[in-house]
Write a protein that binds this ligand. Structure first.
Ligand code: DAS
Length: 320
């Protein structure tokens, strides 16, 4: 049977009721024990890596997890964690995990106590995907397989919360079988073993009549990059465009779209604050990469060889 390593990090999937409400408490062994039939799928090893809400997961923890996973003597790895940051931790893992075994992230929208708890079926499906996928990093939720470059948590409670708005899921699990489309996964960038922190990249959403006070503080606060979640196809107010141009003279500024799907434009609108103007002012269009992914991607690109971040970003954008 395939050997599958499960690492538990906490989250709703591991939460139990207390007088003050649900808190993360279950470890990997308890989560695995609660999944009927798992033992027929694979030879499971379970390790509790953390027992926290996913909002508290750090870069260092994800880096350590990826290093551990790449050394694990197994055929696949499953990570269970909270869903609040699952779209970012799995994306970060897709940038830095260089192991050959598939790395599958999953979680739950309901606690084990709640009716219709989805944790056990998500773990079962994630183990099945870890057994059958060739390699790469995926998110398995609600019977679907998603690419970390695409997926986002779209609903606060729905079992179908995890959606890839632009291209849909890259696979699904039906009748105990994995159906995975053949698709190009992004090549991991990797990160030096000595790296202990990511250069901080700010993420600021634009909006109607937003003023520029926060924008003007970004460089002074020590951020090494900025992602602006722009309006529509990549548009800002004139005031934001002026402020962003000044910032782009000091640190990289990428603009993405706040729309749930669709790329930012690069050569359609020419008014002040539109994409053609922003590019002329030194901002980098983010293509189809969404803001929370762009923030982490820029941060990893700035970790080493920061000078050539632009050419590396352009190459990645072109292949995405
Ligand atoms: N929001 C809970 C969850 O969905 C907690 C968390 O993300 O850790 O798992």
């Amino acid at each position: 049977m395939p050997k599958i390593q499960v690492y538990a990090l906490g989250g709703t999937i591991a939460m139990t009721p207390t007088a003050s409400g649900m808190v993360p408490s279950l470890g990997a062994a308890e989560l695995v024990a609660a999944v009927p039939g798992l033992g027929e799928l694979a030879d499971i090893s379970a390790e509790t890596f953390a027992t926290i809400a996913s909002a508290n997961l750090s870069f260092l923890q994800i880096k350590a997890l990826c290093e551990k996973a790449s050394l694990a003597q197994c055929d696949g790895i499953v990570v269970t964690q909270g869903t609040d940051t699952l779209e970012e931790t799995s994306f970060l893992a897709s940038l830095i995990y260089t192991g050959d075994a598939p790395l599958i992230f999953t979680g739950a929208m309901r606690t084990p106590e709640q009716l219709g708890a989805d944790g056990p079926s998500n773990i079962y499906n994630a183990v099945l995907a870890a057994c059958d996928a060739e390699g790469g990093v995926y998110v398995v939720m609600n019977g679907e397989v998603h690419d970390p470059w695409q997926v986002a948590k779209s609903h606060t409670s729905s079992l179908a919360s995890f959606r890839s708005e632009d291209r849909g899921p890259v696979g699904h699990i039906s009748e105990g079988a994995l159906y995975l489309e053949v698709h190009e996964q992004q090549i991991p960038i990797g990160i030096g073993a000595a790296v202990t922190e990511l250069p901080p990249v700010a993420l600021l959403p634009a909006g109607a009549e937003f003023d520029i006070r926060i924008l003007e503080q970004v460089v002074g606060l020590g951020y090494k990059g900025l992602v602006i979640e722009a309006l529509g196809a990549g548009h800002l107010s004139e005031a934001w465009a002026d402020a962003a141009e000044t910032i782009a003279k000091t640190i990289p500024v990428i603009f993405t779209s706040r729309c749930a799907s669709g790329p930012v434009f690069e050569n359609t609108y020419g008014y002040k604050g539109a994409e053609i103007d922003l590019i002329e002012r030194g901002l980098m269009p983010g293509g189809n990469i969404k803001s929370r992914k762009a923030r982490l991607l820029l941060s990893v690109l700035l970790t080493d060889n920061a000078l050539d971040w632009e050419s590396r970003f352009l190459a990645i954008k072109a292949s995405f």
